[in-house]
Write a protein that binds this ligand. Structure first.
Ligand SMILES: NC(=O)c1ccc[n+]([C@@H]2O[C@H](COP(=O)([O-])OP(=O)(O)OC[C@H]3O[C@@H](n4cnc5c(N)ncnc54)[C@H](OP(=O)(O)O)[C@@H]3O)[C@@H](O)[C@H]2O)c1
Length: 266
């Protein structure tokens, strides 16, 4: 009797646009069943229908506001209700505020922290044990080149993405011996809706084209890195050069650069 291997399951947060939707396309093409999570249900459903049709994979959607502290529990409950165990987790949902710190209402700042730090971490805590138990898992946490760059004035974004980077390295150390790899993916400027949501499209469009990457290149680099067990992935030659040149900078110079050269300053 031949035993068929069950199709691997991937959960992608922020799958309704940009880098997350691209992860969905790339993982469907690699024959993963998908659970797509974001707030905009209609977009998720359209993408799910398209990917099931094109790749013959099962594609489920779950609409959730991941800035809600209850959302990780709700997402995990949905996974259990489907009878799934997640093999590949992409913690991608994110955005950046733009106003000064004091001008931003606290619920908005708390929402950014919940979305990109607490929810992201709790999803790993809820989903990693079954990967460890089964001896195979892949986790990509989308950080940013901002985690390796001077901090931007007013923004929590640099600090949040630095947390994602360092936390990913720590968890990779813990999980690796169980066959589970964690990678912090650190994209630079990537074509998506990020700058429309942030309200910085005008400034972003003036940046030199050499700084920009298509989401497909970013996502393929991220998947290749996590499959190889690389804990940090800076996609693209230009981003790698930028990251390498910023790393040895003394603290005072990083501070001055962040203060002076932030093109997105509110
Ligand atoms: N684009 C860049 O230049 C760049 C560079 C470095 C890092 N990144 C990181 O890449 C990740 C993806 O961003 P992107 O560039 O693809 O931006 P995007 O096109 O704006 O996509 C952001 C995704 O996050 C989801 N999201 C935002 N808030 C959410 C919430 N409260 N609950 C659930 N989902 C939420 C959005 O879905 P809904 O609105 O439907 O909820 C959307 O699917 C982010 O973590 C970002 O920080 C982007």
């Amino acid at each position: 009797m031949t035993k068929t291997t069950p199709t691997r399951k991937a959960l992608i947060t922020g799958a309704s646009a940009g880098i997350g939707a691209t992860f969905a396309r790339e993982l469907a093409a690699r024959n993963y069943d998908l659970l797509l999570v974001a707030r905009r249900a209609e977009r998720l459903q359209d993408l799910a229908r398209q990917l099931s049709r094109e790749h013959g994979v099962r594609c489920e959607v779950f609409s959730a506001d991941l800035a809600d502290p209850d959302s990780p529990r709700a997402v995990a409950a949905h996974v259990a209700q489907l009878g799934w165990q997640i093999d590949f987790l992409v913690n991608n949902a994110g955005l950046s505020g733009r106003q000064t710190f004091v001008a931003t209402p606290w619920p908005q700042l708390a929402g950014e922290i919940q979305l990109m730090m607490t929810t992201l971490t709790e999803l790993i805590h809820r989903l990693a044990p079954s990967m460890i138990e089964r001896g195979w898992g892949r986790i990509v946490n989308v950080s940013s080149l901002a985690a390796l760059s001077p901090a931007g004035e007013s923004l929590l974004y640099s600090a949040i993405k630095t947390y994602v980077l360092v936390m990913s390295e720590s968890l990779d150390m813990e999980f690796k011996r169980h066959g589970v790899h964690v990678t912090a993916l650190c994209p630079g400027f990537t074509h998506s809706e990020f700058h429309d949501v942030m309200g910085t499209r005008g400034v972003a469009n003036k940046l030199p084209g050499i700084l920009w990457q298509q989401p497909e290149a970013v996502v393929r680099a991220g998947i290749a890195a996590v499959m190889k067990g690389k804990p940090v992935c800076v996609p693209g030659v230009v981003n790698k050069v930028l990251a390498a040149s910023m790393r040895p900078m003394p603290g005072w110079l990083r501070y001055q650069m962040g203060k002076t050269f932030n093109p997105f300053k509110a």
